[in-house]
Design a protein around this ligand. Sequence first.
Ligand SMILES: NC(=O)c1ccc[n+]([C@@H]2O[C@H](COP(=O)([O-])OP(=O)(O)OC[C@H]3O[C@@H](n4cnc5c(N)ncnc54)[C@H](OP(=O)(O)O)[C@@H]3O)[C@@H](O)[C@H]2O)c1
Length: 269
Amino acid sequence: MSYGSKATGRLAGKTILITGASAGIGEATAIEYASAAKGELKLILTARRLEKLDSLKSKLEAEFPNIKVLTVKLDVSDLSAIEKFFKELPKEFSDVDVLINNAGLAKGFANVGEISQNDLDCMFNTNVIGNIAMVQHLLPLFKKKNSGDIVQLGSVASRESYPGGAIYCATKQALRAFTSALRKESINTKIRIIEIQPGSVDTEFSDVRFYGDKVASKKLNEGIEQLSADDIAEMIVFFTSRKQNTVVAESLILPTCQASRSHTYRHSK
Ligand SMILES: NC(=O)c1ccc[n+]([C@@H]2O[C@H](COP(=O)([O-])OP(=O)(O)OC[C@H]3O[C@@H](n4cnc5c(N)ncnc54)[C@H](OP(=O)(O)O)[C@@H]3O)[C@@H](O)[C@H]2O)c1
């Protein structure tokens, strides 16, 4: 995809840090950045599954000879691991320009009163506490150089709650509140705070939500023409390759069959 005549130049030489780059939107975003910048950039790819990151790194290096890719195993729900990650970031990769704060998940569809404490902790620690910790660690650097983009992966659930989604929605709405305050705090800087709120995207997200039950996951999305991870990746790259005076602050990105979380058109077979 072409992002305009100046986008490749604007992305060239940047260091992009992506959390949750081992699958779905994070993985697609890494590939899209590499392609948009014609490999002239540095990528820091993190997630818990290092082997997936390493295979993505090999693929990118084979296609783009000038690209520099660092893979790091990082569980964002572990605050001491985040601290260690930033402390040990090699100098060549330490001048981060863009954070794609993407790692996130939902666990189950239980109603309130029946939600497992483990699932609740997992969602809050990953989607909220870990996300915020990533920002807290990077913001001093961004302030020092008076630039930097923070892309927050919100959701249609940032705007609308639904039965069986109390905790996931609460995490994404907490993230939206945090992100909105952060944007207001950053108006005297050139730091851009960007929140993307996807509707239904075809990734591993539903499989994870159903604890690996792919049959149940497939059934949930039956008849829905979901977005692909690439669709969201294109938006992320487009938003972060605008002129620095332009912030696409918040955007709800839905497949055409969806008008909100609870208004989805399903094709019958
Ligand atoms: N798919 C959708 O319909 C949809 C809609 C709206 C918003 N979103 C949001 O988009 C983001 C990406 O989701 P996706 O759809 O791409 O799902 P996905 O395919 O399941 O990918 C999620 C990514 O997050 C990583 N991750 C999960 N927990 C982690 C942790 N504790 N530490 C580090 N990495 C972790 C996973 O890697 P490892 O397992 O290797 O750690 C994986 O790379 C999430 O924030 C999600 O809430 C998704």
